[in-house]
Write a protein that binds this ligand. Structure first.
Ligand code: SPD
Length: 287
């Protein structure tokens, strides 16, 4: 039997902890020039994408992550026309963003074109045709350089990056967040993945300090993704005003109802409650 042991909480951080998948078939294994990419088949989670030994997404549980990264800022904002996705080459966030008819453009900036190409070929359900949507523009570029140099403005920026190891490190810096802020229109919202705080408390603390140094409202909301092991995952939230974060449940339900969309994880109540942080997570933010 062939097994995949994740490197994130063992080799990468020395915590002596791993999750293990039975691999029934290796679909694709390639060194892309940026990272080592593997897609493999498993009995429980379907196809799994790993970069540099770290699980990025699985066919079975990707909705828990992609729905929350996309719909929380879009519904909270209420009038998103232009969305920027930094990273997210597998297409899962793009797919969810483009379910909103009100979105006029979604720009996806991914540093590694191989991620896009192999995911489109071997995990097509992730993007589900989103890359062919005329509202989508794909740029193969460094996301940090893109936000530093672009004149474009966006209503939401969604940072769907790997952990801050290797090429993704630049997407966790105060400089990057300041460039994102410059690219946001008034009332714009930035969201970003910021790890599993039980196992990655330093990552959460550092993202909080960095976001807080740039935006007047910086906090986190929660999701649970079974293969991002360790319990709750935090998603960073930043804007210049707490109004979109404090939207009432009734208003949210009305906005969601108007779209006619249905979800597997997201709901107006989940949206509201996701901002309630357990004391052990709130404590990391206060430290
Ligand atoms: N610990 C892994 C966190 C990975 C977050 N991004 C994954 C990309 C999925 N679209």
């Amino acid at each position: 039997m062939n097994w995949f042991d994740e490197a994130l909480h063992d080799e990468w951080s020395g915590q002596g902890y791993t999750q293990r998948f039975e691999v029934t078939r290796t679909i694709c294994e390639v060194s892309t020039g940026h990272q080592k990419l593997v897609i493999f088949e498993t009995p429980r989670f379907g196809r799994v994408l790993a970069l540099d030994g770290v699980i990025q997404t699985t066919e079975a549980d990707e909705f828990c992550y992609h729905e929350m990264l996309a719909h929380v800022p879009i519904f909270a904002h209420g009038k998103v026309r232009d969305a920027l996705i930094v990273g997210g080459g597998d297409g899962g966030v793009l797919r969810e963003v483009l379910r909103h008819d009100g979105i006029g453009s979604a720009t996806l900036v991914e540093i590694d074109d191989t991620v896009i190409n192999v995911c489109r070929e071997h995990m097509p359900g992730l993007s589900d045709g989103a890359f062919d949507d005329p509202r989508c523009t794909t740029r193969i570029a460094d996301g940090a350089a893109f936000v530093r140099d672009t004149d474009r403005r966006f209503d939401v920026i969604i940072v769907d990056s790997p952990d801050p190891i290797g090429p993704a490190e630049a997407l966790f810096t105060p400089e990057f967040y300041a460039d994102c802020r410059r690219c946001l229109r008034e009332n714009g919202i930035l969201v970003t993945q910021s790890g599993v705080p039980f196992l990655q408390p330093e990552e959460l603390g550092s993202v909080h300090r960095s976001l807080g140094s740039v935006f007047s409202d910086a906090t986190f909301y929660l999701t649970v993704v079974p293969t991002y092991v360790g319990g709750y995952m935090t998603l960073g939230w930043a804007s210049d005003g707490s109004e979109p974060r404090e939207i009432e449940l009734e208003e949210l339900a009305e906005r969601v109802g108007r779209t006619g969309l249905s979800f597997k994880y997201y709901s107006p109540s989940i949206h509201r409650s996701a901002f309630a942080l357990p004391p052990f997570i709130a404590g990391i933010l206060e430290a």
